[in-house]
Design a protein around this ligand. Structure first.
Ligand code: NAI
Length: 350
C-alpha cells in the first residue's frame, strides 16, 4: 500500500487526535513519524502509532503539558517536558537550541521527562537546515545486554549528528547503539520475517533468528558500543536527574504513567569556529571525495550518512508514495484505539 506523504501524515495525525492528543501536538508528532517512514526508517514511523495511541488514551502522556524553558547558564538550558508528547518537546527544544546557538555560538539543551521522541535525525537535521551542526542523543528502555553481561541494562540509546554542506546535501547520521533498533525487530515481526543471528539474544543469551524470541539486544561493536550507550545515558539521563540505566521506564510497563525520559541536544554554530562558508564548502568537499572513491567489492558507492535516506525520499515520491504495511494502514484507517495491547506487557512484546 502506497500513500502520499500528506495522506499518511493526516492518517497518523487523526489517529493520535482521536486517542486524545491535541491537534497541534498530533500534527507535530505526525510530521516526525512521516519523516521517518519517508526515509525508509519504518521502525520509527507509522508502526508505532498504535502503541502511542494506547499510551495517550490511558493518560501516560500529558495532554496539556506545562513545558518550561529554563536557561541554566550562558549556553545551557533545561527543557522541562512534563511527560508531554516527546516529539513535540524534542522539536520545541531544538527550535530553542537553534536560537541559542545562533546567539551564543553553542547551545547545550537537556530535555527532561518526556515520552518517546522517535527518530533523532529529524531534530539534528533541523539544526543543519539552519546552518548549524548538532548532536542529539536520548534514553530508551533497558533492552540491551552490556558487554559481557547477561541482563538488559541500557537502552538502544540512539545518537544522531547532522551538518550542512554548501549545496542541497545534508549529512545526517542517526543510529541506535545496539546492532539494531528495537523498532527493526517490530518491523520484522509485522512482516513475518526472521532476523539475522547477530541482532539479539534469547533468555539464555543465545543468538536468535525468530524476532518473537528476542530477550535482549546487543551493543554495536562489543565493548565500544557498550561505552557509547553508556555515554548516551550519562548525557541524557544521569546529567539531567531523570531515571538512568536499568531504571529507565519501559515503553510497555505502565501506559497510564509518564515515561520520564531524557534527551540531550548539543548545537554549535560553525561561524564561531572555522566560519560558516568555509565549513559548508569543506563538508561538500568531504561528501564529493567520499562519493568519488572507488567502492569496495559488494558496494555500489561510498555514501555519506543520510545520502541513502535522501535517495529513498526521492524514490518514494517517484514511486507514488510511502510504502506502508497493510495491517498498519488498516489500523490507521479504523476507529480503533486499543486499550490492552501494550499495557503491562513484557518489554519485548510486539
Ligand atoms: P540504521 O542502521 O538504518 O542507520 C544508521 C546510520 O548508518 C544512518 O545514519 C545511516 O545513514 C547510516 N548508513 C546505513 N547504511 C549506510 C551505508 N551503506 N553507507 C553510509 N551510511 C549508511 O539506523 P538504526 O540504528 O536502525 O536507527 C533507526 C532509527 O531509529 C534512527 O532514526 C534512530 O534515531 C531511531 N531510534 C530511536 C530510538 C528512541 O528511543 N527514540 C531508539 C533507537 C533508535
Amino acid at each position: 500500500m502506497r500513500l502520499l506523504r500528506a495522506e499518511l501524515k493526516d492518517l497518523i495525525k487523526n489517529k493520535l487526535t482521536k486517542a486524545g492528543l491535541k491537534a497541534e501536538h498530533a500534527d507535530m508528532a505526525a510530521e516526525v513519524l512521516t519523516w521517518a517512514d519517508e526515509r525508509g526508517y519504518h521502525s520509527h514511523g507509522a508502526v508505532r502509532v498504535e502503541y502511542y495511541s494506547e499510551r495517550i488514551a490511558k493518560g501516560g502522556m500529558t495532554i496539556e503539558p506545562e513545558f518550561q524553558w529554563k536557561e541554566t547558564g550562558p549556553c545551557s538550558a533545561i527543557f522541562e517536558g512534563d511527560n508531554g508528547c516527546g516529539f513535540v518537546a524534542a522539536t520545541m527544544a531544538m527550535e530553542n537550541a537553534v536560537k541559542m546557538a545562533k546567539e551564543k555560538g553553542i547551545a547545550v539543551v537537556g530535555i527532561r521527562n518526556i515520552s518517546h521522541s522517535g527518530s533523532l535525525g529529524y531534530y539534528t537535521e533541523m539544526a543543519a537546515k539552519n546552518d548549524l551542526v548538532a548532536i542529539s542523543m536520548c534514553q530508551s528502555d533497558p533492552m540491551a545486554v552490556p558487554f559481557g553481561g547477561t541482563e538488559p541494562y541500557y537502552g538502544t540509546n540512539p545518537i544522531s549528528f547532522a551538518a550542512p554542506t554548501a549545496d542541497e546535501r545534508t549529512v545526517v547520521f542517526d543510529m541506535a547503539t545496539t546492532v539494531q533498533a528495537w523498532g527493526k525487530i517490530l518491523d520484522r515481526r509485522s512482516k513475518n520475517m526472521s532476523i539475522p543471528d547477530d541482532w539479539a539474544v534469547d533468555e539464555k543469551g543465545e543468538p536468535v533468528t525468530n524476532p518473537h524470541h528476542v530477550n535482549a539486544l546487543v551493543p554495536i561493536a562489543g565493548a565500544k558500543g557498550y561505552g557509547l550507550m553508556m555515554m548516551v545515558d550519562i548525557f541524557s539521563g544521569v546529567l539531567l536527574g531523570v531515571p538512568f540505566g536499568k531504571h529507565v521506564s519501559s515503553m510497555y510497563h505502565d501506559c497510564s504513567q509518564g515515561r520520564n525520559l531524557g534527551q540531550m541536544h548539543i548545537v554549535m554554530d560553525p561561524s564561531k569556529f572555522v566560519g560558516i562558508d568555509e565549513f559548508k564548502k569543506s563538508m561538500s568537499q568531504v561528501c564529493d571525495e567520499l562519493g568519488s572513491m572507488p567502492p569496495a567489492r559488494g558496494h555500489d558507492k561510498v555514501y555519506y550518512p543520510g545520502e541513502r535516506a535522501a535517495l529513498r525520499v526521492e524514490e518514494t515520491h517517484k514511486a507514488g508514495g510511502i510504502e506502508i504495511v497493510d495491517d498498519i494502514y488498516n489500523y490507521l484507517k479504523s476507529d480503533d484505539i486499543h486499550y490492552n495491547r501494550y499495557d503491562h506487557k513484557n518489554r519485548f512484546a510486539d
